[in-house]
Design a protein around this ligand. Sequence first.
Ligand SMILES: [Ca+2]
Length: 168
Amino acid sequence: MSIRNTQGLTALLLCLVPYAASIAQGPYYDEAPGKPVCSGGDPLTCVWTADNLTPPPKKFAVEVVAFYDSDGDQSADLSRLFKLTTVDGEPTIQIPMASLSTTVCVTNDDPCTTSETHEAQDVQVRVKGLHPSSRTPNGAQNNPFSDWSDLVDAPPPGSLFSDSFESP
Ligand SMILES: [Ca+2]
């Protein structure tokens, strides 16, 4: 390789290094929002603090773990993770309990012969701040999550279908 070519390669590498750094996706926030506090109603309502995040998040990612008692022995034996996003930067979310139900195939075949739907018995929630750029509005941000909320008792089955959540 001639000296001339080596210099060209060095110049190319110097150009590439800043570019590579700019596309690396690191966390936008160093800190997590406060632990959510949820009231056990329908809809489930959770609030948290985010005053420590600068600039204020544009929205929040919300993870909900719902626990189910599929065999009716009063203890949870099934769980499912739901990933939600708030509509804006307000540190609160309302989650209709019907949206946390899960349907399982009890005959274990495909297509399923018999399925059962279970309402969530208990839920836990955690959140993280999001500050998407206009260039990558849906890009994942590896920001830290809050602590999980305390376990929240869901309303007992039968109280879930109030008028406000009837299907259109
Ligand atoms: Ca059980």
